[in-house]
Ligand binder design. Sequence first.
Ligand code: 5AD
Ligand code: SF4
Length: 464
Amino acid sequence: MSKKLYIKTYGCQMNVYDSERMEDVLRPEGYQITEQPDDADLVILNTCHIREKAAEKVYSDIGRLRPHKDGKTKNGEEMVIAVAGCVGQAEGAEMMRRAPVVDMVIGPQTYHRLPELLKDVKEQRKDKSSARVLDTDFPVEAKFDHLPKVEKAKGPAAFLTVQEGCDKFCAFCVVPYTRGAEYSRPSADIIRDAKRMASEGVVEITLLGQNVSAYHGDDGNGGETTLGTLIRELDKIDGIERLRYTTSHPTEIDDELLTAHRDVESCMPYLHLPIQSGSDKILKAMNRRHTGDEYRSTIGRLREMRPDIALSGDFIVGFPGETDQDFEDTLQLVRDVKYSQAYSFKYSQRPGTPAATDEDQVPEEVKAERLARLQALLTEQQIEFNSTSVGKKMKILLERPGKQEGQLIGRSPYLQAVHVDLSKENIALDETGNKAYNSFMGRMVEVEILEAGPHSLKAVLVAD
Ligand code: 5AD
Ligand code: SF4
């Protein structure tokens, strides 16, 4: 009898990717995905520790699972609850104490050992009523070597992890502690994965890493490949029409990456380049290793290479010691750069990070007020960016069905969601008996943008 697996993913794209890999590891063990936690044999919460709210949510979700654990599952065994990801890594032992229903805690670097660890849970349950399995080892290399081949790609746009971990130690951030030291996969492994993905219909690949611009994988000849060179290599693969990468650090946008944006057609004109604050004093306290003007100059160079490049960023308001003037500097930087979209957060004290013990914490009300002002400005810029798309023709990749019949949703080169109504021209049945518009799925098409909202665009097909 097959066993049911429920995975809940919190946080970043890296976790989304990791959850899919956990599914791949467990499929040969007879596990099949279910959308319902109630009757699952195994529940995995793949957690995020980046801000306090994200971590607290995990504990409340565990509380909600408790009643389901009392009964036996259809397989006659008690449900296994596993916590994976960064909360597990950071608070594993404490979590075991605080949440006795949790059977197993695994860090982001050990999920290839899931089948073994599940056996340990079963063994322990024979002797005692509850199991306590904890595995939060480093380093990351072992994981990539032991993971099964990535299962068939699910759609035309896919993620590919090329790098993990971070050595930057920004003063607010848990990533260097939860994900560990920076590690880049050898370029040959990445190219092999990308070729296979292309052969399965993947058209767009987003290269993933906590610090993807730090990529320096083994090139197989005793040297290292940079991200810019990797992009040029991946561009040569037949079928790969779009390449993206995330997340980058402003100090690492080197000439090879800049010129890739100019020369490589598949390198999309979009860059997520977090700055966090526009104040030099705060940037220094954050240990970001650059100034506001250095960031502005990087943006200037990017725009020289690729004038239409769309920019996105991350911002933290209320970092310890942030004054009204520091915050004004952030607003000024946003006005100077003009973002197509961005993410912004109130500073959250994370245990074990240097800024958490700073005595100059900013009061919650001040953080909330600053966040609201920053978000209003960013939303204004996002609407402005989207509205300048109206009337333009562009290529989009159709990725998924929309809510309405005949509608497909794709992404613009600038990562905007674009809704295309294909029902009028293409309502006929195709040779397989499906509505003809389904045959557009996974394809790059040329559209004209008709309308813009804050979060998406509407478009029509342009006749070939
Ligand atoms: N508080 C608030 N935001 C944070 N981020 C990371 N750590 C914290 C923290 N302690 C944000 C940063 C980062 C994004 C992934 O999350 O903006 O770029
Ligand atoms: Fe965290 Fe990014 Fe700084 Fe690394 S570079 S410590 S992941 S914010």
